[in-house]
Design a protein. Structure first.
Length: 219
């Protein structure tokens, strides 16, 4: 995975408003983009592939056929000029809950997220994370799968059952399969690159720290 965030087909479908069945059909029919497959067979989309699909969707929304949109994508990709779309919107700051076993790592990740305009709350064990999730109703949760220790997968399952808010799983181990099966929307391997973390959060939330109203505030 080379330390870059990867996303499930369900997360990509939600980000772009494209049904998973349509994404599979496009992959089979046009061969671009083709996500990686995890050892367990899950489709793992990169950030660049999400932007490619966003480009295709924009063309289709303008009345171009899917075949022509993918042909245009192929031409742009060959020329190295597939555009990236800006999606900034005004609104209330979004709250990120960090369920992280390492206090220093939580502090560092929180710092970088706050510099991007997000509000951040942290929990250092699974029980505290579940409690703060219920109290704060965060817009997104980042879960270290080795929290508590090794309670991260069950925490993923619990939080996804309680809310549709995105979950980004992180781990020093390559456990993307287990994370996606537990309901995580994306996976990022540690040690975290701050820019990759911020990119993953932006992708799953819609790119802006000011995207959706939220009454939650860290205490």
């Amino acid at each position: 995975m080379s330390g870059r965030p990867v996303y499930s087909i369900g997360a990509v479908a939600q980000m772009l408003g494209i049904p998973p069945a349509t994404l599979r059909t496009w992959e089979e029919r046009y061969g671009l983009p083709v996500p990686e497959r995890s050892p367990g067979g899950h489709r793992l989309y990169s950030r660049d592939q999400i932007e490619q699909l966003r480009f295709v969707k924009a063309q289709i929304d303008q009345g171009i056929s899917p075949a022509d949109a993918h042909r245009l994508l192929a031409e742009r990709a060959a020329a190295g000029s597939v555009p990236f779309g800006a999606r900034e919107m005004a609104g209330t700051r979004l709250l990120i809950l960090l369920a992280e076993r390492d206090p220093y790592a939580a502090e560092l990740a929180g710092y970088f997220l706050r510099t991007e305009g997000y509000e951040v709350a942290a929990a250092l064990d699974a029980a505290e994370a579940a409690r703060r999730f219920d109290e704060l109703a965060p817009s997104m949760t980042v879960i270290d799968l080795l929290i508590s220790p090794g309670s991260g997968l069950e925490l993923c399952r619990q939080l996804k059952q309680r809310s549709g808010a995105p979950v980004l799983a992180i781990s020093t181990l390559e456990t993307s399969d287990q994370a996606l099966e537990a309901g995580a929307d994306g996976f990022l391997q540690k040690p975290l690159d701050p820019l990759q973390l911020v990119s993953a959060v932006k992708d799953l939330l819609g790119a802006s720290a000011f995207l959706r109203p939220s009454s939650a505030r860290p205490q």
